[in-house]
Design a protein around this ligand. Structure first.
Ligand code: ATP
Length: 253
């Protein structure tokens, strides 16, 4: 199975005085066989990290590797990494099945996988409907289906519970657990601390592009938790990130 290796990963957007350093020498390994919760305030750099791992963007310096190679070195990337980044990513005029068929075709994934992932994500009854008619939760499920299509050893899930109903949340928790138990590397970004506390074995926390913590969940709670709320991931997280929040109202300060 495959480890995600981030080495001194740095990303700047823009140039000169207006450059934004979204990631600042981020070094961390995300290992197989566990669910890693990827946390950080708005603008901390979580999505940027995922985009760099996927090769959708180039780092300013440093490296993001799958095992020992960048994602872009793989000719059929969906067999190596699956990602749920943006629920709006599917073409609205395509049917769900056609969306998956196009992805499968370009990665030499056999057609039977299309039916399997539609069953697994619960969207089989909507296979022939156009994506534009999908609710947000259905789009999320379709995004998960696309991520699972190539049976990849690595999964990057950006806010996967967005729009899911309570039944969907339970389904997602079980799915994420199973994927990790099968030995896959599962990185899940979320602002829902209650959900992360339920599914994550480990947490990686970013603040303003820098690594603030990388620890098993229990150790993180032990080290950063509030004495009055020792089991609260939210309390521990807020305490750790208080100095790294870039966007807040004056009243929140
Ligand atoms: N294409 C871009 N051009 C310019 N700046 C960008 C671009 N993408 C991201 N940024 C900036 O990089 C920083 C990190 O953004 P990123 O989206 O990675 O954060 P995030 O942790 O995913 O935030 P959120 O929790 O709000 O999704 C932010 O300051 C953001 O404004």
């Amino acid at each position: 199975m495959t480890t995600i290796e981030l080495r001194e990963l740095t990303k700047e957007y823009g140039r000169g005085g207006k450059a934004v350093r979204a990631l600042d020498r981020l070094t961390v390994s995300i290992r197989p066989g566990r669910v890693t919760g990827f946390l950080g305030p708005n603008g901390a750099g979580k999505s940027t990290t995922m985009r760099l791992v996927l090769g959708l963007d180039r780092p300013t310096s440093g490296a993001a590797l799958l095992g020992d190679r960048p994602c872009t070195a793989h000719s059929e990337p969906l067999r190596h990494i699956g990602a749920l980044l943006d629920a709006g990513a599917a073409h609205p005029g395509r049917t769900a099945r056609d969306h998956l068929r196009v992805l499968a075709g370009s990665n030499r994934i056999p057609d039977h996988r299309i039916d399997e992932v539609m069953e697994e994500t619960g969207i089989a009854p909507a296979a022939r409907r156009r994506v534009r008619t999908f609710s947000l939760g259905m789009r999320q499920r379709l995004g998960m289906a696309a991520a699972l299509l190539g049976d990849p050893p690595v999964l990057l899930l950006d806010e996967p519970s967005n729009g899911l109903d309570p039944e969907g949340m339970v389904w997602l928790r079980k799915l994420v657990r199973r994927l990790a138990d099968e030995g896959r590397t599962v990185l899940v970004s979320s602002h829902l601390m209650g959900e992360v506390a339920r599914i994550a074995d480990r947490v990686v926390v970013l603040g303003a592009g820098r690594l603030l913590a990388d620890a098993p969940l229990a150790d993180f709670l032990h080290e950063h938790g509030e004495p009055a709320e020792p089991d609260s991931l939210e309390a521990a997280y807020l305490r750790l990130t208080a100095g790294a929040v870039r966007y807040r109202t004056k009243k929140e300060v």
